[in-house]
Design a protein around this ligand. Structure first.
Ligand SMILES: [Zn+2]
Length: 140
């Protein structure tokens, strides 16, 4: 019945990004080529060399651990922004057939994390340009 109404189709079990692999949380957020490229660009942006876990909790704990204490809360915003951007990208593709790219999503992570920090963290007065050019320098 759901198939008749277009609610559930066989291809929904496959990755929304069209890589041909089965879609699950680990795949969408970490394993799919597009997601992995976004995470890789974030690590390069942060000047960190690492291979990240492919499950949410392990990935989050590892990601927070990549920086010294005192920066963790702010640093976590980048992780949340990335998850949100990937989820939105997945839904845009699934429900609107709108393609995204790892470059666009990476820029989205930078912008969204800056917006969240600017609006929620008192004392965070950096411009987007400062944030974008060197996010680790603005932690001081
Ligand atoms: Zn995929």
């Amino acid at each position: 019945m759901f198939i008749l109404y277009g609610v559930l189709i066989k291809s929904q079990k496959m990755c929304s990004f069209g890589c041909g692999k089965e879609e699950n949380a680990s795949h969408i957020f970490y394993e799919c080529k597009l997601a992995a490229e976004v995470w890789q660009q974030i690590l390069i942006w942060l000047n960190i060399s690492s291979v990240l876990h492919n499950t949410a909790l392990s990935n989050f704990i590892q990601f927070k651990g990549l920086v010294a204490n005192g920066r963790v809360r702010r640093f976590s915003v980048i992780w949340y922004a990335c998850i949100w951007i990937l989820w939105k990208g997945r839904n845009e593709k699934t429900f609107k057939d709108k393609n995204g790219s790892s470059e666009t999503w990476f820029e989205g992570v930078k912008l969204l994390s800056w917006k969240w920090l600017t609006s929620k963290l008192q004392g965070f007065k950096y411009t987007f340009n400062q944030w974008s050019l060197n996010p680790l320098a603005v932690w001081v």
